[in-house]
Design a protein around this ligand. Sequence first.
Ligand SMILES: Nc1ncnc2c1ncn2[C@@H]1O[C@H](COP(=O)(O)OP(=O)(O)OP(=O)(O)O)[C@@H](O)[C@H]1O
Ligand SMILES: [Mg+2]
Length: 464
Amino acid sequence: MNNTFLAIDIGSSAVTAVIAKHDLDNNINILGTGIQKSNGINKGLIINIEEASKAIKDAVSVAKRSTTEMIDTTVVSISGSYSKSIRSSGSVNVPNGLITETEINQVMQMALYNATIVPEYEVVHVVPIFFKVDDSVEVDNPLNMNGSRLEVSVYIVTAKRTALTNIKSALKISGIEIVKFVLDSYASALAVLDEQQRKFGAIVINLGSTTTEFVYYKGNSIIFNGFIPVGSNHITNDLSVMLHTPPTAAEKIKLEYGSLTRNYSPNNELGVTKVKIPRIGDEESISEVALDYIQTIIHARVEEVLVLVKNKLKKSGLLDNTGSGIVITGGMSYLDGIKKLTEKIFDGIPISISNPKNIKNGFMSFDEANMATIVGLLFYSLGTNRSYQLDSSKKLIKPLRKDRVVEPKISVTNTMASEKPTMEMNMNNKEHIQIKDNGAILTPLIKDKKKGVSKFWSKVSEWF
Ligand SMILES: Nc1ncnc2c1ncn2[C@@H]1O[C@H](COP(=O)(O)OP(=O)(O)OP(=O)(O)O)[C@@H](O)[C@H]1O
Ligand SMILES: [Mg+2]
């Protein structure tokens, strides 16, 4: 076991693969990266196994080109589009009066056992919302506490078995047999939230190409997650249909002129009011379209997405207390004026736009909004900001000892010159950090079956 892992974000516009390694000093070395335009994937679902397999294989092969390390673990993002989440709770006695990982595992397994999982769904995460020792206040981490009874309240994410099986099939041709699944929006939250936001709670909205996924994150837990099957590609489609222009031209217009707030009225200070666009079916013929008309089309679609998210959050009751506010990420967060429109729709709630933080390396730029999921997968694998929880194989995984971790500090080296980039974690006390996070600690309970059961983006845009 040398802690080398492969993270794969299967997005609807791109598949990103990263091979990384972490050592006992908690340094992460990015050993290789690969990115491919997605095919056979829509709204986070694999709709053509052959095409998706090829996109994944190509991304993984490119990542593998720069390393010969054997991969121990593979983590793969899954979309909220085929997930269902429920809450549950469990409690166990503490026979020796001291809570160890044995009791933590038992209580988590008990909470899972007590949950009714829909038969065609599989468990992806069992994350503690809080623990209680005897009748104590809520605690984040009960390890080494004294008590006679341990309780836990958990958030369980499950995903449709057929969707997971399709991902597994698509990974097979890359020789990947065993994977851990991680919910896309959970990974995004791990990547973009800072310590204060995690402490007071925050909503993260990942505006992707075909999906908008959101999560309420507090402490070390997800409390709610949701999904809207609309993303930035819908803007492109709208422009293509309304302006009778090919999708490639529509995408270009969106990226170049897309804005929710810019003044495109006659005599504006930008000095542009119209653009020339090709007509669909007859690309020789060019027509002129007013930019304020384009703006109206874009505005209508983005407003619709944000209102749908707001309604779902309102229904969940979480809008009454958003903690530190809403953080937007994902490719569509680059749209000019998105912050202003979100502020208007979520009246009074603080809004910020955030890219994943702190990972730089010689292969690719990670501090881009569309990198939130892949960076979150790396943090998940490392154990950063993770609680004790059950992973998708229902095994207990440990947190990285947060009290000793300061934000990751990265040193950058030129990998093209065959030097490996490193991400150094800045610690107060390195020797106490636990990082062998993915190993099984204890076996799960067997359930009675009957009981309910920018830089980067300019590259991607070339593909359109
Ligand atoms: N300036 C911009 N304005 C609007 N949309 C943009 C802009 N820049 C990038 N995008 C959009 O971001 C999307 C890609 O974002 P991202 O990589 O987060 O999606 P994805 O993860 O592949 O998709 P999904 O999450 O739906 O599976 C594309 O649809 C692209 O057009
Ligand atoms: Mg995405």
